[in-house]
Design a protein around this ligand. Structure first.
Ligand code: SF4
Length: 229
């Protein structure tokens, strides 16, 4: 739902992220879990800087670096130093091509003293409903109670989910309808306003099926149908 295969190539700006976390810290005493995600975060030339920024703002949160693991074995000693210093954990999305390397990656993390969680990712879910006729309350209720309710922070704004935040990639690639979420601006909103915003469905939810279609991993380039319920 990040539409990563059709996304532009861009890197999150560290100064912007640092400012956003200063503001987040002003607004919220703690956030239970923060996940550094992509795309693929290890493609960023200074990926560990995000870990430092997050940890400085939220000393007690669970901090996870979500990766497909392909670049993990190539990381320098300083990468592992920062993971330890910031008490970050590696959250490995175990796609089938990575499976044969899981044991070696687990050994590496153990040797480096960095916790690893493995998330089996052999299936994908397709939730996009082209007709946009889903009951938004029903869809939102379902999403709010499940693992994929994951608000996104991107360039000074908070979004209810990846699908709304990155909808423009889908619209461009599929030439199809999907309302792009505006998000709520961190600098001007209060904490209660942000929480209230996150708890209300939006027009994008009408394109998001509560019961997703699941399908297995396969080799080859993704097709647009892969996103469609
Ligand atoms: S579009 Fe709505 S229902 Fe779907 S994941 Fe986002 S917030 Fe949840």
């Amino acid at each position: 739902m990040h539409f990563a295969p059709m996304a532009d190539r861009w890197f999150a700006d560290l100064d912007r992220i640092a400012a956003d976390f200063v503001r987040l810290k002003e607004l919220f005493r703690n956030i239970r879990e923060i996940r550094v995600m992509g795309g693929e975060p290890l493609l960023h030339p200074d990926c560990v800087a995000f870990l430092r920024i997050v940890r400085a703002a939220f000393p007690n949160c669970r901090l996870a670096l979500v990766t497909n693991g392909l670049l993990l074995a190539k990381q320098s000693a300083s990468f592992w130093d920062v993971c330890r210093e910031t008490h970050a954990l590696i959250s490995l999305s175990v796609y089938p091509p990575v499976k044969p390397q899981v044991q070696a990656l687990a050994d590496l993390c153990r040797e480096e003293g960095v916790p690893l969680e493995c998330v089996e990712s052999g299936t994908f879910i397709a939730r996009y409903v082209p007709e946009g006729n889903v009951d938004v309350r029903k869809s939102f209720r379902h999403c709010r109670g499940s693992w994929f309710f994951c608000p996104i922070l991107r360039e000074g704004r908070v979004y209810r989910c990846a699908m709304g935040c990155y909808a423009d990639y889908w619209k461009r690639a599929a030439n199809a309808e999907l309302p792009v979420e505006e998000g709520i601006e961190l600098d001007s909103a209060t904490g209660p306003e942000i929480l209230d915003y996150l708890m209300r469905p939006m027009s994008t939810c009408a394109y998001c099926a509560p019961a997703a279609r699941e399908f297995a991993w396969r080799n080859g380039a993704p097709k647009l149908e892969d996103w469609v319920k």
